[in-house]
Write a protein that binds this ligand. Structure first.
Ligand code: ARG
Length: 562
């Protein structure tokens, strides 16, 4: 039940001629202090319309507005109309609603099944999975679940970086210095080494660059040897990426990298030609973009295509294949210009749907305030970092709960959950300081804290031999009110997360719910309660359900015990 909406509807009956209902909803506030009611409607904007003082309008409205019986009181205070919910009725209603809907509680059907494609993760083959790719993976995975919760059908796309001049260089390097056996043993490390060596040696041997270009040309022309090596590098890289995805519980509906669009490129160039958008510049083909933006490079002098060309083909392909109504590209800040150019060119091509494409940028991952990078072969390998998180979680658990069954599985859930939650708890545009110690703490704003609260709720239910009863609950009022109000907020948090492409709204929500629940738990006897025992346990159950679902939307698992 949306009580804010009920209040807005009641106000609207009196204010039809002055305000739209949507505007009323927007204006309604949630007072900080319980003495001021559950919702407040400010009358300041109406002062001009009515030519009366706000407090006068508030007074009149408080007398005229007729509220449904979920409300107990309406009063004017200064320029506000304050209303109070019937705590007992609303508490029972909210808890019963959560128990009935379970994990579907909070679902909003805004999307009505419309398709949204989400391009995320998208690492580059033969290179390590970077911290930036980790951020994209974690944010994109969560946005996908949030979009589903908002009623959209999601297509998760991994746009692998598996084509481009760098593969010419890599093949050239392999032909010169490569060792098959070593690569099989440690593909990404060895391939990266070759790539770095190529760049080092090319500094004093310029023939290498030509050699690399030649191999890329061969690759684009379909040369057997070049293709076989490329395919091998790709397969080996995918194996490593897949083990990371498995660790994080991330899946895709489509793993079509840049190479997939090779045979779709001529059509793009032809379309651009027909629309008379192509221009020559130093032998290359470009499309002019808006003022202040450099032109978008479509084809190089030697006839090879580029990252942007492949993204044009991909956008058109996705629109045609999935009929997507919206598309998100979860890619770091530093590619802002690329996406501006891309969207601009699609707009110039006359595709109205390009207005529904959005770049969802994010900040950097830092270590001690500095960017974590893949400098000169000295890489922080992501898989090692994740394993380290799991191993720290394993130690924590062994200290706290040595008799726990399934320690290995729980350590996995807590370790990866900590990394994911830490990434998502602040707005994505902020940089993230990567500190394993901080993110693995069981108290403070961490994933393990929320997981621990969930496990605590689960344990209360076990100890209380709880039996579910989703009807006829009779809460008396006060005690659980802060928890009830927080439970009521969940659907809105889900909506805000979607509208802002912002998982941190959900992360902040679960932190708040965990906090108010722990306060409640500290103040109220539950297990040995004689009064309202069923109500209290039902509330614990409702909290357990919503914490679990909130964490799920972030891509974090919720163990029953830890
Ligand atoms: N592979 C690219 C990189 O690592 C990211 C690709 C993002 N997706 C896209 N459609 N351009 O920088």
């Amino acid at each position: 039940m949306d009580y804010q909406l009920l209040f807005a509807e009641a106000l609207y009956k009196q204010l039809k001629d002055q305000l739209k209902q949507d505007k009323i909803i927007q204006l309604i506030e949630k007072p900080k202090y319980q003495e001021m009611g559950d919702f407040a409607f400010p009358c300041f904007e109406l002062a001009k319309v009515f030519r009366k003082a706000p407090h006068q309008i508030a007074l009149e409205l408080s007398e005229q507005v007729v509220l449904p019986d979920a409300f107990t009181k309406i009063e004017a205070a200064g320029g506000y109309v304050n209303v109070f919910l019937d705590k007992s009725q609303v508490s029972s209603f909210v808890v019963e609603e959560v128990l009935k809907k379970k994990s579907h509680y909070g679902a909003v059907n805004q999307g009505e099944g419309a398709v949204i494609t989400i391009d995320f993760s998208s690492p580059n083959i033969a290179k390590p999975f970077s911290m930036g790719h980790l951020r994209s993976t974690v944010i994109g995975h969560s946005l996908a679940r949030i979009a589903e919760k908002n009623g959209f059908e999601v297509v998760r796309i991994n746009h692998l970086g598996d084509w481009g001049t760098q593969f010419g260089k890599l093949i050239a390097a392999y032909k010169l210095w490569g060792n098959e056996e070593q690569i099989r043993k440690n593909p990404i490390k060895e391939l990266l080494k070759l790539y770095v060596q190529f760049h080092d040696e090319a500094e004093h041997d310029s023939t290498l660059i030509d050699e690399g270009r030649l191999w890329f040309k061969r690759l684009e022309d379909g040369d057997q040897e070049a293709l076989a090596l490329w395919k091998w590098f790709r397969d080996e890289s995918l194996k490593e990426f897949n083990s990371i995805y498995q660790l994080l519980g991330v899946t895709f509906d489509s793993v079509q990298g840049e190479a997939f669009y090779n045979d779709k490129m001529d059509r793009v160039v032809q379309l651009l030609e027909e629309k008379e958008l192509l221009e020559e510049s130093d032998g290359a083909l470009v499309v002019e973009t808006a003022e202040g933006m450099p032109p978008c490079l479509i084809k190089k002098k030697d006839g090879t295509t580029l990252y942007a060309t492949r993204d044009l083909a991909a956008a058109i392909y996705r629109h045609e294949t999935y009929g997507s109504e919206r598309s998100l590209y979860v890619v770091g800040n530093e590619q802002t210009l690329h996406f501006k150019q891309l969207f601009h060119v699609l707009q110039k091509m006359g595709y109205d749907w390009s207005l529904e494409l959005s770049h969802v940028p994010f900040g950097m991952m830092l270590k001690d305030g500095k960017k974590m990078s893949t400098r000169k072969g000295k890489v922080v390998l992501l898989e090692e970092v994740l394993k380290e998180a799991v191993s720290l979680a394993r130690q924590n658990i062994a200290d706290k709960n040595p008799s726990l069954a399934d320690q290995e599985q729980v350590a996995h859930q807590v370790g990866t959950g900590a990394v994911i939650f830490h990434d998502l708890k602040n707005h994505r545009l902020n940089d993230v300081e990567f500190s394993l110690d901080t993110m693995l703490k069981f108290e403070g704003e961490t994933g393990p804290y929320v997981q621990y609260t969930h496990a605590r709720a689960s344990s209360i239910l076990r100890k209380g031999a709880y039996q579910e009863k989703a009807n006829g609950l009779a809460f008396s009022g006060e005690t659980a009110w802060s928890v009830i109000k927080c439970l009521m907020e969940f659907p809105e948090a889900v909506k805000r997360s979607f509208e802002g492409n912002d998982p941190s709204q959900t992360a902040k929500y679960v932190l708040e719910l965990a906090k108010v629940f722990n306060q409640f738990y500290g103040n109220v006897r539950i297990l040995d309660a004689a009064e309202e025992r069923q109500e209290k346990l039902s509330l614990v159950h409702a909290v357990q359900i919503v914490l679990k679902e909130g964490l799920h939307l972030l891509g974090v698992e919720a163990p029953e015990e830890m």
